[in-house]
Design a protein around this ligand. Structure first.
Ligand SMILES: [Zn+2]
Length: 308
């Protein structure tokens, strides 16, 4: 090591103990901001000693509250690409030298970017995400089939009884708990392939015309049923009465409790202009417990929550 560097190091050590010493912690992304999966946040410690600035970011001790983010030695925190929408990440930044101790917390909310999650034709780039938003202008790829579809272990009124494993387990729990409240729920239709959607759409068009069909049934690739995360349900009482789901009581129970199991009511009442679909009390969409709770508490539709 050259003597100049040694002298500089000695200076830093000396000045570290000086009273003419100030430290300022900062972040390149303001606390309270929305961050994207794959983002890197930078935290900086700026020290001023006798009017001279030093960047001391390498001496920061950084801890994050989420397993979906990792801190490195240079003050950077990388948000995992798998971080889910609705996840809150707290980053604790500590500057700890011999005579200065400074602590600061920063909070962030993860949401993926709607704009960069589709290509120019509106095709969704990461259809396997649990928080994927499918709408009339955001389509699933033609060949997309979820890789962990399993048969849901509840009574279904059709053979379309498969969902992604996590969603299937959640639906089983939802139905079990509904039963405890006296509501016997059935599945009608869950995963539907692109090809099936195409057939369904064409059938509706031939029966009621393209305009009416567009608010009743999705264009091929535009249905959440292809994600293996959407499901239409009904109830024993509705079937007995020959009506669509459900009686006001059981429908309300599902509306008020589905989020606890990770489901949202995807097409709520009065949101036709936003979702593009009429009120569908029977259509549930699995997004995970954390995000479902956030959407439920916000009183917003899924698309509004993503844009907020
Ligand atoms: Zn549906």
């Amino acid at each position: 090591m050259s003597s100049a560097i040694l002298a500089l190091l000695a200076c830093i050590v000396l000045l570290d103990n000086s009273i003419f010493y100030s430290v300022n912690l900062s972040a390149d992304t303001e606390s309270g901001s929305v961050v994207r999966p794959g983002d890197t946040l930078k935290f900086t410690a700026d020290c001023t000693v006798l009017g001279i600035h030093f960047n001391r970011s390498s001496s920061l001790e950084i801890n994050t509250s989420s397993t979906q983010s990792t801190a490195d030695e240079n003050g950077n925190v990388a948000i995992s690409k798998d971080a889910l929408t609705g996840e809150e990440i707290t980053v604790n930044v500590l500057y700890n030298s011999k005579i200065r101790k400074l602590n600061q917390s920063y909070n962030y909310l993860v949401k993926y970017s709607l704009k960069s999650s589709i290509d120019e034709r509106g095709i969704i780039l990461e259809p396997e995400r649990i928080d994927v938003l499918v709408t009339k202008s955001r389509f699933l790829p033609k060949n997309y089939v979820p890789d962990d579809l399993i048969t849901v272990n509840v009574k279904f009124l059709s053979s379309y009884n498969k969902m992604q494993k996590e969603a299937a387990n959640a639906l089983e729990n939802l139905f079990t708990n509904a039963k405890k409240q006296g509501y016997t729920l059935y599945g009608i239709s869950a995963y539907r392939s692109y090809d099936l959607q195409r057939k369904l759409y064409n059938k509706f068009v031939s029966l009621i015309g393209a305009k009416k069909a567009s608010i009743r049934v999705a264009l091929p690739g535009g249905s959440e049923h292809q994600t293996g995360l959407g499901v239409d349900i009904t109830s024993k009482s509705a079937v007995d009465k020959g009506i669509k789901f459900g009686s006001p009581k059981e429908s309300k129970w599902v509306e008020d409790n589905a989020y606890k199991y990770g489901f949202i009511l995807r097409y709520p009442k009065g949101a036709e202009d936003i979702t593009g679909y009429m009120y569908e009390p029977w259509h549930l969409r699995y997004v995970g417990v954390n995000l479902a709770k956030k959407i439920y508490e916000s009183g917003l539709t899924f698309e509004e929550y993503m844009l907020k």
